[in-house]
Design a protein around this ligand. Structure first.
Ligand SMILES: [Zn+2]
Length: 203
């Protein structure tokens, strides 16, 4: 079970087209009841995400509905954090710059985003750094049981980003799929990188 409030409304998918095929063949399971199969249910509204260097990414996520429990879900590609205006590549670039000592104003200017947006990324990830670190650490060891122990970086946020990086690298070594590190981090964090972790859920 995922641990953030985005679930079960959002299902993070690696590939929109493959997800569409899974829906069409009724082979995607409902995360709400964990048993029902999902079927196509139109699309969510079109969004435009900011990418790096002024790029714009238009997004029209699929929606799905469970045959059993009736819950509806938005299938969000893994490069798109739920309810945010920037791609995960932009967010992670900003977070890594923060971890490297850059100030919020500098990061905002470099990425072309509002300074409050940068501060909200740092706040959100810091608030659930432990959950992210634990989830990413488990993920990394599942992908690579011989993975060496992770070393403390000196801050909870740094530890979380470090663990996510290790988990993404371990996945890239194991899974022969052309996904970027940012997409892998989207999958690993299950859409919860910037979302509050629900107090009733864990793991
Ligand atoms: Zn269901």
């Amino acid at each position: 079970m995922n641990g953030c409030k985005e679930q079960p409304a959002v299902v993070i998918v690696a590939d929109q087209d493959a997800a569409g095929q899974e829906l069409a063949s009724s082979s995607m399971r409902c995360p709400s009841c964990s048993g029902g199969s999902l079927r196509p249910w139109g699309h969510a509204r079109t969004r435009v995400l900011r990418g790096l260097h002024g790029a714009r990414h238009t997004l029209r996520p699929r929606r799905a509905r469970c045959r059993d429990c009736g819950a509806t879900h938005v299938l969000l590609p893994c490069h798109a954090p739920p309810r945010r205006a920037d791609t995960l590549q932009v967010v992670m670039t900003g977070l890594l710059a923060h971890q490297g000592g850059a100030g919020a104003r500098t990061i905002a200017a470099d990425l072309g985003v509002p300074v409050d947006t940068v501060r909200s990324w740092v706040r959100s990830v810091s608030a659930q750094a432990q959950w992210l670190r634990e989830r990413a650490t488990r993920w990394a060891f599942r992908m690579d049981p011989t993975h060496p122990p992770m070393q403390p970086t000196g801050s909870p946020l740094g530890d979380a980003l470090d663990a996510l990086g290790h988990a993404a690298a371990a996945t890239a070594r194991r899974v022969p799929r052309p996904l970027t590190a940012w997409q892998l981090i989207g999958l690993i964090s299950a859409g919860c990188l910037l979302a509050p972790v629900a107090s009733t859920l864990s793991g």
